[in-house]
Design a protein. Sequence first.
Length: 133
Amino acid sequence: MLYASSTWLWLRPGAPGSGSSTSPWGFPAAWLDHPWGEDVAKVGKKVFVFFGSGDMDDLSITVKLEDSHDQALVVPGAEPAGYGLGRSGWVTIPLRDSTPPPGVLEDWIDESYRRIAPRQLVAELDARSSERN
């Protein structure tokens, strides 16, 4: 459980190395919100990752995937998200010792952002990435 809880804390906005708390991971126009007693990252008014309530006994992230959807569902305990979101590609991935490494989770968060964000913000993200390389 130590790995899972440290991964969850590391992935959350504002954690060391995760970007600022006002723009999760440096995604353009992204921000942290707290609807329904959960932590979520949004771009504009749309959620691109759910972090849950922070209950250390039930750590997970929920992301909207297309390219990595089947890969994410292979993670032990992963399942289509509830409330009908699973039909739209949302997957809930529990954070346990069997969770993929943080880099894979970051890639899935990036993919989710790209699925939700307007094209101009995705283009801005791509431009930032190419400037760093």
